[in-house]
Write a protein that binds this ligand. Structure first.
Ligand code: NCD
Length: 335
């Protein structure tokens, strides 16, 4: 397994990921995809290590796929769900993390509805001089690095399944459509997709893609100021000749104001339909991180069309990519 370019101890954000790091993840994930195609889909890489999934917010695919990835690497897994934990008795997040540290946890996979919680746990682990690595599995509206990486892996693998690498996306056009304001998936994808040299076109109504957000991502001080990012407040220019269309869920649980007249109107203006996809390049593919509001972000028939939709491929990629991330941050820990 290639890990000679890997020095990162925690994975909290993609904002400062380098091209070499992206390619190491893609290459490592491709090796693990091969492992997952074998009859015995398990390797002893993280035997004896403990991976704790600390999910303070609900999740289906991210949690299950991190758990499966850890098991495929032969790690021991601990699963925490806040609703059935001592948090209901008033224990703080850092105390919960320290409890898992005391049990010998090596890697903490953390999801929380507030931005910055995985970061805070990582800082506490460093302060205590522990060797624990923290992996952000989605924090508030901030970032969802493993999702960004699995989306990248899914797209690059479609072009070259044997050697997926970011250079394959140079000159491609990728539209990102939907609730960009509230989406941590959008943020991680903005960093990763623009790093490839692709043209990334964001499209949403102004309430879900406010001007200040556009100024932040396009501004001189932005880490991606010189990359190819375009902002649209209508859908058509983003879809025109696009190679990939990434749709995002309307994050109803994160909307504090009524930012949309109705879901039906959203679908009429920004929903991805077969007719609208005619604007894209022939062979266009549609992505969605799930869970999907069927018939809102994307019409139901596209979701189930195996030719057009990469949604199931994204879920499958998730296991190989998360194995790669656990391996890359975990392999230095073996005694
Ligand atoms: C995303 C999340 O939780 O941020 N889902 C996921 O991890 N697969 C996107 C979402 O909830 O819309």
């Amino acid at each position: 397994m290639p890990n000679n370019t890997w020095n990162r101890h925690h994975i909290l954000s993609l904002a400062d990921f380098t091209a070499a790091e992206y390619n190491t993840v893609l290459k490592t994930a491709a090796s693990f995809r091969e492992v997952l195609s074998r009859r015995t889909k398990k390797v002893p890489t993280l035997q004896g290590q403990v991976v704790a999934n600390l999910f303070f917010e609900p999740s289906t695919r991210t949690r299950s796929s991190f758990e499966l990835a850890a098991k495929r690497l032969s790690a021991d897994t601990l699963n925490f769900a806040s609703a059935s934990s001592s948090m209901t008795k008033g224990e703080t997040i850092l105390d919960t993390a320290k409890t898992y540290l005391a049990m010998g946890t090596d890697i903490m996979v953390v999801r929380h509805k507030e931005a910055g919680v995985p970061d805070a746990i990582a800082q506490e682990m460093d302060r205590l001089d522990s060797r624990v690595s923290v992996l952000n599995a989605g924090d508030g509206q901030h970032e969802h690095p493993s999702q960004g990486l699995l989306d990248l892996f899914t797209i690059c693998s479609l072009i070259d399944p044997i050697q997926p690498r970011i250079e394959l996306l140079q000159g491609k056009k990728i539209a990102v459509v939907g609730d960009i304001l509230h989406s941590r998936v959008a943020r991680s994808n903005i960093w990763s997709l623009t790093a490839t040299g692709a043209e990334v076109h964001l499209a949403a109504p102004p309430t879900l893609l406010p001007k200040w957000f556009a100024e932040f991502v396009e501004g001189e001080d932005s880490p991606i100021a010189n990359r190819k990012l375009f902002i649209h407040w209508d859908l058509e220019p983003a879809l025109q000749d696009a190679d990939f269309v990434m749709t995002l869920r309307l994050q109803k649980e994160r909307m504090t104001a009524h930012l949309l007249p109705s879901l039906r109107e959203y679908h009429q203006l920004f929903g991805i339909t077969r007719k609208r996809l005619e604007l894209c390049k022939p062979g266009v593919k549609v992505l969605h991180p799930g869970p999907v509001n069927r018939g809102v972000e994307i019409s139901s028939d596209i979701m189930d069309d195996a030719e057009l939709s990469l949604i199931q491929a994204q879920v499958t990629s998730g296991v190989a990519v998360r194995m790669a991330l656990l391996y890359l941050i975990g392999s230095g820990k073996s005694v």
